[in-house]
Structure formats: C-alpha cells, structure tokens
Design a binder for this molecule. Structure first.
Ligand SMILES: [Fe+2]
Length: 345
C-alpha cells in the first residue's frame, strides 16, 4: 500500500476523515461536516493535499453534510451510494466498486440497515464503517430508511466477514475513542452478541432512542442540497457590518440623526415598544415597500429585530438591493431591553 495520510476530525460526537495519498497528494474527505469546512481546508493546505472527492457514508439525519458546498467550491466529486436521493451526488457508487485516490484504493461495501444508502469504505488495513458499526454499538435503525433486518445482513453477512485485523473507524463516537478492530467488536460489542436475526431485530426495536435534535432540517438539507437556517444567517452575516448595542445607544443619546433605524418586526411588536427614533417595515413587506419608504440608497440604515437573526437577513437583502450603507444591530431588541436601554411605545 502506498503511504497514507489519515486524519480523524472530531466534532461533538461526529467523526469525519481526511484521507490522502502521500505520493500524489490527492485526498478524499469522508462524511464532511458543514461546521468543519475551514478545518478540513486548513489540514489539507498544511499537508499539501488536493481534495478530489467528498464521500458521505449515508444520508445523515443528525448533522449537516458539506459535500455539496465543498464539492462546488473545490470542483470535487461527491460520492454516495447510488440509492441516495441527493441531487448533488456526482459519483453514485455501487457495492464492490473502487474509488481511486492517488495510489490508494478505497473499496465500497453497501451496508444498508442504518439507512438504505449506508456504505462502508474499505482500505487494506482499515474500514470506515459510517454508522453501520460503531465502537461498542451500531447505528440505530429507527430513522427514515432504517431496517434492523437489513443491518443484520450487512453486519453478519458482510462487514464482520472481512479480515478481523481491520481497524474500525466509525462515523460517531461519544466517548472519545478513535478506533477499534473488527475482532474487538465481534468479541465485545454488546449489540453483536445477538447473533440470531430475530434476537438482533428485537434488540434494535427495543432501543428507545430520542430523535436527533435537527432531524427534519438535516434530512431536508442533506437530501436536497438546500441550506440550513444557520447557513443562511452566516452567509448573510459575512456580507454585512454590525453595530453594537452600546454604540447605538451612544448615537441615539448624542442625537446624531444621520441614520435611519429600521425595526423589521411585526407591527404589533413595534407598537408595543421600540428603540427611540425607529421606523417600522415588517420583514415580510420589506422588498415591496423600500421604494416608497427608503428612496435614498446612499442613506445609512441600521436594521434590528427581536433576536438579531432576521435583521441580519434583512440587512444583507437591503445591501443586495443597493443600500450599501446598511448595517445590522449586533443583538436584538430583546438584549436591548435586558440591558435596560431606552425604549418608546
Ligand atoms: Fe447516521
């Protein structure tokens, strides 16, 4: 085997992997997570690697993949099992196929059960098991596309028949363990001690697990390539400038009236109380009313809302519409009130 560069990236309980060929400097990321994007790029940059592939071991229900955004940014292929419905997959793979990364060969094994599109990635000395097999556990089978009987086959007829010496690198671990081996899992993993299909299926059905926090949003974005709310807000935030609560209070007290203060909450909330001198255009009416209410695009505009999120989106939108001096309040009227700053009704 050619020399391998292998980095495990931990983010909460999620594990992703950057695997590179030391000879050719080609690389693949397995299960890239949206909040680790800059981390991957900095590791790859330091090691002089070009990321050529992004692979998701399955459609994740608990976190947000960055395969599609990184794929576009890096002009890299996005690899998933062919049964994945995600439209951003550019390289659908089937059981037994190989992805070549420089001089490394990564063999794909389709292992449905946790989801119908789950796969494991096999290298000569290790296997990346996604959520099919975890250290001391298995992926759950009660989420959309899960099937305990299929997981039984994928494990006992597939994965566990590979060489017992293979190191196991899972997609999750919540106890700070980084790897184990197939042999150790076969011997010690409690879920693998149920070796009859019925017992195994019953054990999986009896697990009473709570739903992942971002289930609906994760499935929506991971299956479509759409954006998360956090991503929408952070993209908007990267385009605009902000003003602190203290600075706004200072400006109001100094009575410098060269700035329009724009409250984008609903009318009733505005009527109840608002920041002194603020005018109100609810967010939902903004695009259609700017020509009438904000005729001067060179005017400085400060936007605020309840918590500082909608105002970030609104400020970025106003910038797009040509109001280049728009800024957003860093925080919302909630924090303004909590700070006991002046309000008018
Ligand atoms: Fe998963």
């Amino acid at each position: 085997m050619s020399d391998i560069i292998f980095e495990q990236i931990r983010s909460g309980g999620c594990l992703s992997y950057l695997i590179g060929c030391a000879d050719t400097h080609n690389a693949i990321i397995i299960d890239p997570k949206s909040d680790q994007t800059d981390h991957y790029l900095s590791i790859a940059g330091r090691a002089g690697l070009r990321i050529q592939y992004l692979l998701d071991t399955h459609t994740h229900a608990d976190h947000f993949t960055s395969s599609h955004t990184l794929g576009r940014k890096l002009d890299a292929m996005v690899v998933m099992h062919r049964s994945s419905v995600a439209p951003f997959v550019t390289m659908p793979v089937d059981d037994g196929e190989t992805v070549i990364v420089g001089k490394l060969r990564l063999r794909v094994m389709h292992t449905p059960g946790h989801t119908s599109d789950s796969l494991c990635v096999i290298l000569p000395d290790r296997v990346l098991t996604g959520d099919t097999l975890l250290i001391g556990g298995t992926g759950r089978t009660d989420l959309p596309g899960g099937d305990p009987s299929q997981l039984f086959d994928s494990l006992f007829e597939g994965l566990l028949k590979l060489s017992p010496d293979l190191m196991v690198f899972p997609g999750h671990d919540y106890k700070n363990r980084s790897s184990s081996t197939l042999q150790e899992e076969i011997a010690n993993n409690p879920r693998l001690q149920k070796r009859q299909r019925d017992e195994f299926v019953r054990q999986m059905r009896e697990l009473d697990l709570s739903m992942p926090t971002h289930l609906t949003e994760a499935l929506r974005t991971n299956r479509t390539g759409g954006k998360t709310v956090e991503q929408m807000i952070s993209e908007a935030a990267s385009k605009i400038r902000f003003m602190s609560l203290e600075e706004l209070r200072r400006q109001i007290e100094a009575n410098t009236d060269d700035m329009i203060i724009l409250d984008v909450r609903e009318k009733d909330a505005y009527k109840e109380s608002h920041i002194p001198l603020a005018i109100n255009i609810p967010r939902g009416q903004l695009e259609l009313r700017v020509n009438e209410i904000l005729p001067d695009p060179t005017q400085r505009i400060l936007v605020y809302c309840e918590f500082g999120k909608i105002s970030t989106l609104a400020a970025a939108m106003l910038q797009d519409m040509g109001y280049r001096r728009t800024i957003a309040l860093d925080g919302g009227i909630k924090m303004w009130k909590d700070s006991h700053y002046p309000l008018v009704s």
